[in-house]
Design a protein. Structure first.
Length: 556
């Protein structure tokens, strides 16, 4: 990692043997399952030249030879316990040294074997096998990880792009691995009927179970065991990520925590999100706020509870509440939706450049016509939408206490074109399916009930409350436009066959650099409400809509 280059480098003339697509080398009479280069071969492969008078810095993508050489040097040094040498092959030697040292010292992993797979460009996958040992206890550990080789701009040197995930894919930067008495006893989580909830049965609940243990482990009556765990650092804690168990050397005695999850709805939610890539859904009971199901097709991060995404036109429910309360419009008021609308130097367009020349506000809501909402911007103050979201829907106050980590939505005060964009769920507005299911619930009952996964009676915590309630007239107007949308608007196809007192709203949220928008859908049916998002899915009625509708049909 030094700044000086050697004047001359001598190639190692001994080539490692190629065995089954993997390069192996014998070091000190022992065969290691990694390819390795010895001597100065790696530097020679970099293709740089150096003399006393001139230093050339190589640029451009790393070559296949450089990828092999750097990854070999790093993996071989790590496997053999030469931490300084392994760290020197990375872009961040201090952090690499700390984590690789902790791999042995704190995580108590020994007998490490690293076996690389075939590189894909600059990325090299590899498998890790080791033994976790603590006092008289031990257990084998095996998992897969990967590294990426990059070229350092300052001197052109190819190095392993250092992130904690190189050591283990569940690590975020700043996290550590620790083996010992966990400190937090395990919990046995139960559904509302008393059945046990496990990640094996419900894959989406892995992060939820971690959160329940972190929150209730010390008070639920259990006893800690000996475990290898991911201990979260400051950045992960700020992102509300919970510690994670990777291996149990001795089982603790779990305490019991009962949740509000409905086993039938949870199972159905898992099945529904599996039909789409990057899909998430949350189901709640409007009359109480109980969370009945949460599922994500990607199980590493709980988008349903912790996602922070622009909600697109589903936000028009909140915007409409504000417009009705301010008496700026009514469902049957004549209100055209122009093809374009200019605001503070921006030109806003409707989906597919559509327009409604002679129509009502209800028709614009049902067709999700953007400019019918944005043209109210000149009549609003910058804080009106923020106040509506906080005071009536309980959003953006950072005070929900559902029982596990969650994001409560955000509707920042904005001005000009960004304020106009917020009216249609773009700009700085951020939500997740939990937030939008709560929005539909609030419309259904007329009152905000903070969603929760664990009853507040378990730990005497206080649930968030809204500072005011919408009028019965406003609630009636909202239910009218959402009912129209479910029957005749953009939600009609998905909601076909969903009977009873229903209302729905679709959404499509544009994301920079993404070919298709995120598809959103939120709806209620009696005392059941749900919201879902399919990232990069396109129109919400076609992607998230069928997921939500299928769950509403089940009742609850």
């Amino acid at each position: 990692m030094g700044k000086r280059r050697r004047v001359a480098e001598r190639r190692n003339t001994t080539r490692p043997a190629v065995l089954g697509g993997m390069i192996a080398v014998v070091v000190g009479g022992v065969g290691f399952g990694v390819y390795a280069l010895t001597g100065g071969g790696a530097a020679a492969d970099e293709g740089t030249s150096a003399t006393a008078d001139h230093k050339a810095v190589k640029t451009g993508p790393v070559s296949a030879a450089e990828v092999h050489a750097v990854s070999a040097r790093f993996l071989t040094a790590w496997q053999q316990g030469r931490i300084s040498e392994a760290a020197a092959a990375t872009t961040d030697a201090p952090d690499a040294t700390k984590l690789l040292t902790g791999f042995t010292k704190d995580a108590r992993l020994k007998g490490v074997t690293l076996t690389p797979g075939a590189a894909t460009g600059a990325k090299v996958p590899f498998s890790v096998k080791a033994t976790v040992s603590y006092q008289k206890l031990s257990k084998p550990l095996a998992y897969g990880s990967s590294l990426t080789v990059v070229r350092r701009a300052s001197d052109g040197r190819p190095l392993v792009d250092w992130h904690s995930s190189v050591v283990h894919p569940d690590l975020q930067d700043g996290d550590t691995l620790v083996t010992g008495e966990s400190g937090t006893p395990p919990v046995k989580a139960l559904d509302r009927d008393g059945g046990e909830l496990t990640a094996a049965k419900y894959p989406s609940l892995g992060t939820v179970l971690d959160g329940l243990r972190e929150k209730y482990g010390k008070t639920a009556g259990g006893k800690a065991g000996i475990e290898l765990r991911v201990v979260r650092g400051k950045a992960s804690q700020k992102a509300q990520l919970s510690d994670k168990t990777l291996a149990e050397l001795s089982q603790g005695t779990p305490g019991t925590v009962k949740t509000t999850l409905n086993p039938a709805l949870q199972a159905a939610a898992e099945q529904q999100v599996a039909k789409q890539a990057k899909a998430s859904v949350v189901v709640v009971r409007p009359s109480t706020g109980e969370i009945l199901a949460v599922a994500n097709s990607g199980h590493g991060f709980n988008v349903g509870f912790q996602g922070s995404l622009a909600p697109g036109s589903t936000m028009k429910i909140v915007t409409s509440t504000m417009l009705f309360e301010k008496k700026l419009t009514t469902p049957d008021a004549s209100h055209p939706c122009p093809k374009t609308y200019k605001l503070a130097g921006w030109t806003f367009h409707n989906d597919d450049n559509s327009e409604i020349k002679k129509g009502t506000f209800e028709q614009s809501f049902g067709a999700s016509c953007n400019n019918a909402f944005i043209d109210f911007a000149p009549k609003l103050s910058n804080s009106d939408l923020t106040n509506e979201a906080q005071q009536v829907y309980g959003l953006g106050m950072d005070n929900w206490a559902i029982g596990v980590p969650s994001f409560d939505g955000s509707v920042p005060v904005q001005s000009g074109a960004q304020m106009g964009a917020s009216l249609i769920g773009q700009g700085g507005v951020r939500m997740n399916p939990l937030n939008m299911a709560s929005v539909a619930s609030t419309v259904e009952t007329g009152t905000f009930h903070q969603p929760y996964l664990v009853s507040p009676s378990v730990d005497n915590r206080t649930l968030a409350k809204a500072s005011r309630t919408m009028s019965s007239k406003t609630q009636g107007q909202l239910k009218e436009v959402m009912r129209f949308t479910a029957a005749y608007g953009t939600a009609a196809k998905a909601m076909a066959g969903v009977s009873g007192d229903v209302g729905a709203k679709t959404g499509s949220a544009e994301v920079d650099g993404q070919k298709k928008p995120n598809g959103w859908f939120t709806a209620y049916r009696g005392d059941l409400a749900a919201a879902g998002v399919v990232e990069a899915g396109g129109h919400g009625g076609d992607t998230a809509g069928p997921i939500v509708a299928a769950l509403l049909k089940m009742g609850g």
